[in-house]
Design a protein around this ligand. Sequence first.
Ligand SMILES: Nc1nc2c(ncn2[C@@H]2O[C@H](COP(=O)(O)OP(=O)(O)OP(=O)(O)O)[C@@H](O)[C@H]2O)c(=O)[nH]1
Length: 340
Amino acid sequence: MSKIHQLIENSKVNESIARKLFEIETEVLACQSSEELLERLLGLIQAKFQLSGISLLLAEPTPISYLINGNLQSNWHQKNTSQISTEKLSLLHVDKKPMLTNQLEQLNNIVPKSLLTGAKSAALTPLSLEGKLFGSLLFTDKSSARFHQDLGTFHLEQLAVKVSLCLSNVLIREQLQYMAHYDRLTGVANRRLMEVCIGEELIRQRRYGVPFSVLFIDCNKFKAINDTYGHDCGDKVLTYVASQLQELVRENDKCFRYAGDEFVVVLASQTLLEAEQASDRLCQFFDDNPMPYQSALLPVSISCGAAASSGEETMDELLKTADKNLYVNKKANNGMVFKL
Ligand SMILES: Nc1nc2c(ncn2[C@@H]2O[C@H](COP(=O)(O)OP(=O)(O)OP(=O)(O)O)[C@@H](O)[C@H]2O)c(=O)[nH]1
């Protein structure tokens, strides 16, 4: 082939690659979550470029990978995402550049063997967030001619920048949403999300007659725990109570941190009697299960008040009834002593 023909041919190939990347970019721009974005992106790349294998390598441990890993729970990610140490990742991407190779022995002891099964060549695209390398997209092919050291990396570099940008935008949005709806200390949903949840239950009840109840929960003598063992211990107690409450309620029920040492549980489809039974069960659990603390056991106790929604009252009225019942029950619990 003459030089000019070769140039024209190269330019056509480049244009076709650029077009496919543009189409992929356009499609992933609308993705609302990092999980959806990565899944969609990798699926599109594999289909459009007909790659035999594609996977996501995530650095471990970095704060960024922790943030992303928490979001990647789908079956697809379980199958296609692998952990890689930060040191190994930087071996793949010297100066944060893509890597192309058909000498796969170079990847031995860096990339999990299973990801290279049947492959004869591979391309790795670095992913960065806030200037930090946190992962790599691994493309593999059955042909050793597909990726090799002498190929240019311009398109992969572009892809790396664009994916990193899209991902960072989505992650910032996810972080903001999380901070707006979840309590930082205990990890349970906050009062704002509780209002949304009760609002939805009220609509369901008024429209379809589905009952629901709420439990107002308060830790007993919590101030004394803070004063005796310190604020850090108090924080641990709150985290312990929140995590146990979440474990103890049914899948459909939801637990919220209302304020300070107060929590609210929304019991979907449950009557007052069922809510009172749940309340007894929760109180009994904490009486029977003191919190492990500094190689000892710290008694933790809670009081609960239940209220069933009739569909007539407002959210505030419902919570007030539960709160009133809580204080009736709390009186009976007075006199708890905390000893390590
Ligand atoms: N450690 C810690 N303490 C908190 C937090 N939020 C609120 N508190 C404290 O929780 C305590 C709640 O005290 P009270 O409302 O008097 O409750 P109590 O001591 O459990 O009293 P009773 O409910 O009557 O048994 C206050 O001292 C707050 O300072 C928090 O995030 N961490």
